[in-house]
Design a protein around this ligand. Structure first.
Ligand code: NAI
Length: 348
């Protein structure tokens, strides 16, 4: 499908591309939907195989942000931007000011945040040109809290009283996974962990009482809940064949190697909470930054559990998988809001 076909098929509001010979930047900002509010999403900085890949990634990620924010009940739409370059210091020095001016030219329709290849210090650079910027504080503790809430709600939905004594596997002990381990251990869960970085595994074992397993064993560990918190695409057909977890609640974005695997999980009786539901704590924190107040953050993170249960119930009632149902519910919420008020702001 051509990029223009993607814009039509997925109802994109806006895609802007910048190619600036002076700096050498090649970048894109995708604004998928502003029905709920200004589009918010990270600035991804990465050298893509082709520039076409970069633009397609921005489009797919922006669309996912619309669904994530709608399901989290936020007054935010979905957007994302990419700078097609290695995230080196010299590239950042040349490209970030140009990218900031590109974002500023959109008049508030896109609010940037940190993503793969960018961090809070890069947001400070953007903030010199862009009035509203998110991720100036780390979103990961909020993301971990949301995943934790989704794990608890999923177990309750499956008939467990609480987390005490339940077994949870956490793949990846980075910013999200490590904080999640602490929350799970405090709630009395027994936690098995793996990371390709041995020092992180030792630290989680020694300070949180997590039990290390091999990086090649974690995804098929014999647990109640599996929480991928490393890279996306880890739930391949091979992993699904050996999966022993009763539920998958992912901190990592896009853990399924293909979307069709949500149906396979359902067929196998594995409860699957979509990543964009479970890991919405970060964007909830970003919304609070945009509004300049943390009022309501705790309630919205608690609501991640409610939304997870709503999706599990609806999938059971509609006889379909949770990924399909989650997207349907997001579309229903967007349609209801669109009917209630005009999009923000109208394109001049
Ligand atoms: P991070 O980069 O801090 O941590 C990732 C960890 O995974 C690292 O410790 C790395 O060594 C480990 N890892 C990589 N490959 C592995 C493998 N094959 N087996 C075991 N461990 C492996 O990343 P962060 O921020 O913790 O994010 C984790 C995931 O959650 C990513 O997919 C990210 O896109 C997603 N996410 C993060 C949010 C946040 O607030 N940081 C928000 C929403 C999603």
């Amino acid at each position: 499908m051509s990029i223009l076909d993607v814009l039509d098929t997925d109802d994109f509001e806006q895609l802007t591309l910048v190619r600036d010979p002076e700096s050498g930047i090649r970048s894109a900002v995708a604004v998928h939907d502003t029905t709920m509010g200004p589009s918010l999403g990270g600035v991804r900085m990465r050298a893509y195989p082709t520039h076409d890949d970069a633009v397609r990634d921005a489009l797919a990620l922006a669309r996912a942000m619309t669904v994530k924010s709608a399901l989290a009940g936020l007054d935010l739409g979905g957007g994302k931007s990419v700078i097609d370059a290695e995230p080196t210091a010299s590239n950042k020095a040349r490209f970030l000011p140009v990218h900031a001016r590109h974002i500023a030219s959109l008049g508030g329709r896109y609010v940037p945040g940190a993503d793969m290849g960018t961090d809070a210090s890069d947001m400070e650079v953007l903030a010199k040109h862009v009035p509203v910027v998110s991720s100036r504080r780390a979103p990961s503790p909020f993301t971990a809290r949301g995943v934790f809430r989704a794990v608890g709600a999923t177990l309750e939905w499956a008939g467990e009283r609480d987390l005490a004594g339940r077994r949870v596997a956490v793949q990846g002990l980075g910013k999200v996974g490590r904080a999640l381990v602490t929350l799970l251990r405090r709630a009395g869960a027994s936690v098995v962990v793996a990371d390709v970085d041995d020092a992180r595994v030792r630290e989680a074992r020694d300070t949180a009482g997590a039990v290390p397993v091999g990086a090649d064993e974690i995804l098929t560990a014999d647990v109640d809940v599996l929480c991928p918190c490393a890279a996306g695409g880890v739930l391949t057909a091979d992993v699904l064949a050996g999966l022993r977890a009763r539920a998958v609640v992912s901190g990592a974005n896009n853990p399924l190697a293909t979307p069709g695997q949500a149906a396979l999980l359902r067929e196998r009786g594995v409860v699957y909470v979509p990543d964009f539901v479970a890991n919405a704590g970060g964007v909830i924190a970003c919304e609070a930054e945009v509004h300049g107040s943390d009022d309501g953050v705790d309630t919205k993170i608690e609501a991640i559990g409610v939304t997870a249960v709503e999706i599990l119930d609806a999938a059971a009632a509609r006889g379909t998988d949770t990924l399909t149902v989650a997207e349907e519910i997001a579309r229903e919420r967007l349609a209801a809001r669109a009917a209630a008020r005009p999009a923000f702001p109208a394109v001049p």
